[in-house]
Design a protein around this ligand. Sequence first.
Ligand SMILES: O=C(O)CCC(=O)C(=O)O
Ligand SMILES: [Fe+2]
Length: 318
Amino acid sequence: MAAAPRRLDLPVVDLASPDRRAAARSIRQACVEYGFFYVINHGVDRGLLERVFAESRSFFQQPMEAKMALRKNSSHRGYTAPYSEKFDDHPGSRGESKETFYIGPAGDVDSHNDVNQWPPEECFPSWKRIMMSYHTNALAAGKRILSLIALSLDLDAEFFQTNGTFEIPIAVLRLLHYPGDMSASDDGNIGAAAHSDFGMLTLLATDGTPGLQICREKDRHPQLWEDVHHIDGSLIVNIGDLLERWTNCVFRSTLHRVVPVGKNRYSVAFFIYPSPNLVIQCMESCCSEAYPPRFPPIKISDYLEERGLSSTYKLGTV
Ligand SMILES: O=C(O)CCC(=O)C(=O)O
Ligand SMILES: [Fe+2]
């Protein structure tokens, strides 16, 4: 008989814990072993999250024509349709079934320079306000998590606050919808193909529908995929390639994907990158004589360019 899949018990970090050192230890273990963990008491109001999901659902439930009217623009904001992002892993597969909507900060205080696209106010009167409010709250939660991450790396808790990371942080919200009309047994079908995130940190909220999986050892064959289950009220946090590099690979940016489960699935990803002007180098606390830096210093804007993301994130305007 085949062995039952092992239940993946990712660490749960309480952001409101008075014992910040213990929380930081738990984060360190999570980032070294899994690159993924949950946060609770993260400060993002449950009611706000419910509104974000409700607004997201009503956007994606529109006819394709209305969604395509807000097709992703040259600043990488707006709608992408199912199967628009092709990948080659499975010849014969149609690609990724997910449809997405990208939102960045709304320019300056008067919303000048706002390169976002917004659904028509007559039909979506609260949409922009709810999304901007989530953007602000998620960034605040991200900063609290990064303060514990700094402690977990033997740095000052204010490290990321004082070194320029948040001068003009690049923070992008991505709404996702995985259509429910396919199942994992349909050959080669995938909701989101295996990838690691490029940035520093990703905060992920889901509607509780399963499908998210991680692969802890990317070089192992065959790959072993483990389900990330839902914990009510929590956010899922994962480390991106940039923080893996910055920590000299002490922290892991882990492969993940979304498999179809024959049910509609909604999620909201929030990607955080540092300011484009910041130059990062492998943190001293992550290097030693026996474990020298694996990467030279790099300016974030150059990193984004290297990863093909500079136009994506319209440096300086997000
Ligand atoms: O939808 C999910 O649960 C994961 C989304 C994701 O990995 C991403 O947007 O980078
Ligand atoms: Fe991801």
